[in-house]
Design a protein around this ligand. Sequence first.
Ligand code: 5AD
Ligand code: SF4
Length: 347
Amino acid sequence: MIDITSKESIIEILESKDTNRFNRLIEQAYNVKVYNLGNKVYLRGLIEISNICAKNCLYCGLRSGNSFVSRYELTDSQILEAAEFAYRSNYGSLVLQAGERCSSVYVDRVTKLIGSIKDISNGRLGITLSLGEQSYETYKNWFEAGAHRYLLRIESSNPMLYSKIHPMDNNHLWENRLSALNDLKNIGYQTGTGIMIGLPGQSYQDLAEDLLFIKNFGIHMVGMGPYLRHSQTPMGKEEHTTTDLTLTLKMVAILRLMMPRINIAATTAMQVVDPIGRERAIFAGANVIMPNMTLADVRKEYQIYNNKPGIEDDALITKSKLEENLSKAGIEIGWGEWGDPQAYFDK
Ligand code: 5AD
Ligand code: SF4
């Protein structure tokens, strides 16, 4: 068995260039996943409802300071149409994602949308939110309206590194992110977080500590992926070599060994680094994929990093490509199932 019991042993795996050891790690992680959760992959249809964002993260193309982006906001009927697509496609659940906004008009609109999505699907579609930091009350209202999962990445568990990639405006502090994550978990959400891998200035020690942070927090779901440059951002203007997928796959595999019963997403960023990156992540222990269902017209405006795949496609094309790729790789889909993280039910 590969040793993942101490920070030092995790760092050693992350640093190692030994291919045999890498292959063994991936195989073990896959086996642990199958033993604990089965071999199905669960789908969450992703709707990017708006690219308007109040935050100004130094790495992200949607940052408020990027004036080259044309900002959009889907209408309620466009969102509900996408939700119906998810329902008809038997995706089981969907994710509403957007930049961060906190006005009461916006918050109330989301509450109503959650109710409408429940209505059109006879309560059957699971609803995940990925709408940034909000107050305890807002999180609670959205939960009571029917959202049951929330994704909020910690980005880095190292407050120093976090402060280097997030400007201080808008009270953007690591402590607030942590406290939002605690709120989500206390309210009862299936709570997800994640980090970026290969950030400038990030060490193997940081990454090992990220994994330990995730474990100690008792998270239910994780989405992580390589940091990618976006040319219209302060960080994207700097020279940086993107790490290949090996490090990300190691992170997924180690996390699977550390937390056998959580959900781990194979993220779009993995697909940017390697066209079959998501499939490789599934074989390294991931068990969730989030196919994009955003209207083709606005997809190109939701580029958090450059070279985001599928921006010319619509929901149907994304679905058929994904099905084809997964079936080629011999990966079975859990159609119509919520695919809840088992860790949520463990006490
Ligand atoms: N590279 C990789 N991931 C990014 N994200 C934002 N910008 C980038 C980038 N340039 C990720 C962050 C954020 C999520 C929505 O997308 O982790 O939480
Ligand atoms: Fe906004 Fe999220 Fe991008 Fe930060 S990472 S600028 S919060 S969309």
